[in-house]
Design a binder for this molecule. Structure first.
Ligand code: SF4
Length: 325
């Protein structure tokens, strides 16, 4: 293959469409999310669908420490912005990230109050709203679409898996058709949608991931986030794993990277890859440490592995240039 068959112009010299490159190109610096816990719950915890939550979920695993100490949305943002300013240079704008639990699981008036309170903070220029696909009724989507006409708004939908057996096994409480419908209904209204995937769940296979990638490629995502399965203390998966580790086979960093690539190969080039992995603090995790600050070096490792496999995002899409070499 000659170098010209690689989409390096579109991907800023990489082999995949990195969200951070796009942010720097469009905004000239870092777009920083500030997590907000608005006190929502989720239907998989409050008894509507279940009480124990999804098998992998313990929100403490990804909730920043400052959110556990204060309840007021504006105070959380002020603390979060100060923290991010100390940690990162070149932040161009802050987005309020409604991350914990299901942030569209409430009456419109409650949602409106939460989001518009956050938007009233002087440092906040937009919203990122994380939710489940089965918690997006028409009136909520209509309201979000209206809000998105005035402020940058990203809707983050938890897909986790595209395979119904996997979703059942982790007691997710919805199927993949529900996800497809939610993404279609949101994007038809012009909303920018990011999908959240969790790779390595029980019963997931390479074949099911590839089948899922083909299905995701048919939807109008703006971005996708990948996470490796980490087993968090206090979850159903942790009980299973601690009772018998062989009952929950885990990926290695190498198999995880290859799984990400297996999916990337089927994704259209316009989908930005917003996240490649995460790192849950050791004291909250029972699964093995992947060593050092794994997530920090993921972009470099992914590029190296893509090069080694002589592939790139979208290579196996129908109609894509597919020479090897
Ligand atoms: S992953 Fe989301 S839907 Fe599942 S239990 Fe956790 S908060 Fe609820």
């Amino acid at each position: 293959m000659t170098k010209s068959t690689l989409p390096t112009d579109d991907f800023n010299g990489r082999r995949y469409n990195a969200y951070n490159d796009w942010v720097r190109r469009v905004h000239g610096g870092r777009l920083q999310k500030v997590s907000v816990d608005a006190g929502f719950t989720c239907p998989n915890r409050d008894g509507t669908l279940g009480v124990g939550g999804c098998a992998f979920c313990n929100n403490a695993g990804f909730t920043p420490g400052y959110l556990r100490e204060q309840h007021d949305i504006l105070d959380q943002i002020t603390t979060g912005v100060a923290f991010m300013r100390r940690r990162y240079h070149g932040v161009k704008a802050f987005l309020a990230y409604f991350q914990s639990y299901t942030n569209t699981y409430g009456k419109i008036e409650q949602l409106r109050k939460c989001y518009e309170t956050a938007l009233g903070h002087p440092d906040i220029t937009g919203l990122v709203i994380g939710t489940r696909p089965d918690c997006l009724p028409d009136d909520v989507l209509d309201y979000l679409a209206d809000l998105a006409r005035w402020v940058p708004l990203e809707l983050e939908i938890g897909i986790e898996s595209c395979n119904d057996a996997v979703l059942r096994e982790c007691r997710r409480g919805h199927d993949f058709v529900c996800t497809q419908n939610a993404v279609r209904r949101a994007t038809e209204r012009g909303l920018s949608v990011t999908g959240h995937l969790l790779l390595g769940l029980p019963l997931e296979t390479r074949a099911s991931l590839i089948e899922g990638a083909r299905a995701l490629a048919q939807l109008s995502f703006d971005a996708l986030k990948f996470h490796q399965l980490q087993i968090i203390r206090g979850t159903r998966l942790a009980w299973r794993y601690l009772a018998n580790p062989a009952d929950v086979p885990l990926m290695s960093p190498e198999t995880y990277l290859d799984a990400v690539i297996d999916i990337l190969e089927y994704l259209p080039g316009h989908i930005k890859i917003q996240r490649l992995g995460s790192e849950i603090p050791a004291k909250q995790r029972v699964s093995p440490d992947w060593g050092g600050r794994f997530s920090r070096f993921l972009p470099i490792m992914l590029d190296a592995r893509l090069t080694e496999r002589k592939t790139w995002q979208g290579r196996l899409r129908r109609g894509a240039v597919s020479q090897s070499g």
